[in-house]
Design a protein around this ligand. Structure first.
Ligand SMILES: Cc1ncc(COP(=O)(O)OP(=O)(O)O)c(N)n1
Ligand SMILES: Cc1nc(C(=O)O)sc1CCOP(=O)(O)O
Ligand SMILES: [Mg+2]
Length: 517
């Protein structure tokens, strides 16, 4: 029986052609190809460019622009749209009207807008009247806007060259808009030899402003970085990545292209950024700034309250392969599973009674008797008091738990992550292990919108080869082979053990699968 591969998602790029082949439509299509989506193009301007400058813009007429949009929507519906150069206010209005029409059909297609107003070379690429049309008509329709520092200043009509000024300008541009904003940092320097992008999303209680930091890559070949970044984000959104994950993976893709892209010279000026496939090395991924770290002081987001609790570099477990890791809600289960030969266990009590302290104490005693790696979920203060082997915390707990106390007491720390962004954030704490979930849908907990699947798991495992990593969520004996194939050294399970007809058999099956790796 022949199997037919599912169709690749379609992504449109509405942008200018770069005759020099380094930016615009040309960079976009190379990027979309690298992320295995089908790229369609809507050309807004036929720019005459080389590596030295932009002699002409040559905007297409409204009729030419409209005809391309009409042809595509009739047959090649997009899963995401990237918008780059719009050469004049008329084009902005036309594209905005088109997007409103698509929205009116009920299609929620993510739109990423890279406001290409100022090229890396410093050349201005749009007419002066374009700014107002962008602000009033286009931005309200975008899911993400990706200006560089100069474009942010253009949109906000203010300076944007220090951390505080960039934060203020980003807040001004976003106002009440639903769009997220990713300010790219290639044109400003907050710390010497460091580049920093600012990702702002949500509002009020959900507002998140995160700096994505990386060492500056010394290269002249930076032409097309903004186009490449925004089309990589669009490709990842089309593949179903959450926005924050799409942003960090796209950031790594660009950094990878800058670092390894092109060493030979193309043209007499700055050459194009490279397009080098999926970024597979941690060094290319940004660090997510932790607001309790000393470094946050440079970026206008230092939190003394978080600094009081912040700690990094927790002790390593005795092995990076923690094996089968059942997560259970009673001391009875801890004892039964210890007797069945399990070495790594978690006590996860979600509805504690008055005997919580006693239960943790008993679990810890069993842990000592059986030489277990016993982690206590959530209740870190009791875990310290009772001398547990370790603590498991979720991302939200990292704001409030006293990590300094956990570290000082010598406890190991495991942290939950759901996607690339959280993985990179948790890595800043250098915990004893990182948990990656939810791999599959699970009846134990609502993990909708946070499913990773075995393919992403494999990419994450490849990124952190020297770490203790744990996969969790919906894993059972049937699914375990695909999980184990990722190379992950540990599988955490709830129902595959607690609801198994024969838990000992389940333990044996899962252990055999992990040991065969
Ligand atoms: C090994 C492992 N991974 C993830 C989790 C989930 O922890 P958390 O995010 O704190 O959520 P709750 O378990 O508290 O609901 C875990 N417990 N163990
Ligand atoms: C407790 C928990 N945390 C998850 C995460 O992804 O962080 S998934 C999960 C539930 C795991 O239960 P089961 O093995 O029955 O699917
Ligand atoms: Mg928890």
């Amino acid at each position: 029986m022949s199997s037919i591969a599912p169709p690749r998602p379609i992504v449109w790029t509405i942008a200018g052609s770069d005759s020099g082949g380094g930016a615009g439509i040309q960079a976009d299509l190379l990027t979309l190809h690298d992320f295995d989506v089908h790229g369609c193009s809507v050309i807004t301007a036929n720019t005459a460019q080389n590596t030295l400058g932009v002699p002409a813009i040559n905007a297409v007429s409204d009729a030419v622009l409209q005809s391309q949009l009409d042809a595509l929507i009739a047959d090649l519906k997009p899963a995401a749209i990237k918008i780059g150069l719009l050469a004049n206010a008329g084009q902005v209005k036309l594209v905005a009207k088109f997007l409103r029409g698509v929205r009116a059909q009920g299609d929620a297609i993510p739109v990423v807008y890279d406001p290409v107003a100022v090229a890396t070379s410093g050349a201005h690429l749009t007419e002066d009247s374009t700014g107002a049309a962008v602000l009033n008509e286009l931005l309200p329709l975008c899911d993400l806007i990706t200006p560089n520092g100069q474009e942010l200043a253009w949109l906000a009509q203010t300076d944007a060259d220090t951390a505080e000024a960039i934060l203020a300008a980003a807040r001004k541009v976003r106002g009440d808009l639903p769009s997220a904003l990713l300010v790219t940092g290639g044109h400003f320097e907050i710390e010497p030899s460091i580049t920093a992008d600012l990702l702002c999303r949500g509002h009020d209680d959900t507002l998140a402003e995160d700096w994505l930091i990386g060492e500056k890559i010394e290269t002249e070949n930076t032409h097309g970085t903004g186009c490449t970044l925004s089309s990589a984000i669009a490709a990842l959104l089309a593949k179903g990545y959450p926005l924050k994950d799409a942003c960090v993976v796209a950031n790594a893709y660009v950094r990878h292209g800058l670092r390894t892209g092109i060493s030979d010279h193309i043209g007499a000026g700055p050459g194009p950024v490279g397009h080098c496939g999926w970024p597979g090395q941690l060094r290319d991924f940004p660090q997510i700034l932790v607001k309790g770290s000393e470094r946050a002081k440079c970026y206008g987001c230092y939190s003394p309250q978080q600094a009081a609790n912040f700690a990094a570099e927790f002790t390593h477990p005795d092995s990076n392969r923690l094996g089968l890791y059942p997560v259970v809600d009673s001391v009875e289960w801890i004892e039964k599973l210890a007797r069945a030969g399990v070495r790594t266990l978690q006590l996860r009590i979600k509805h504690p009674g008055e005997d919580l302290h006693q239960q943790i104490e008993r679990a810890v005693a069993i842990g000592r008797d059986y030489d277990l790696r016993l982690f206590i979920n959530d209740h870190w203060a009791l875990a310290i008091e009772c001398g547990a082997y370790g603590v498991h915390l979720g991302q939200e707990d990292l704001q409030s738990a006293d990590l300094k106390a956990i570290q000082a007491a010598g406890l190991k720390l495991g942290i939950s992550t759901h996607g690339f962004f959280e993985l990179l954030y948790a890595h800043q704490f250098r915990p004893s292990y990182l948990a990656i979930g939810a791999i599959y849908a699970t009846s134990t907990k609502d993990m909708s919108g946070q499913l990773q699947g075995p393919e992403k798991l494999a990419r994450m495992v490849a990124l952190l080869p020297d770490y203790a990593l744990v996969a969790i969520g919906g894993i059972n004996s049937e699914r375990a082979p695909a999980v184990v194939a990722s190379g992950v050294g540990s599988i955490a399970v709830v129902t595959a053990i607690t609801e198994a007809p024969d838990y000992r058999q389940s333990v044996a099956q899962l252990t055999t699968l992990l040991d065969a790796q």
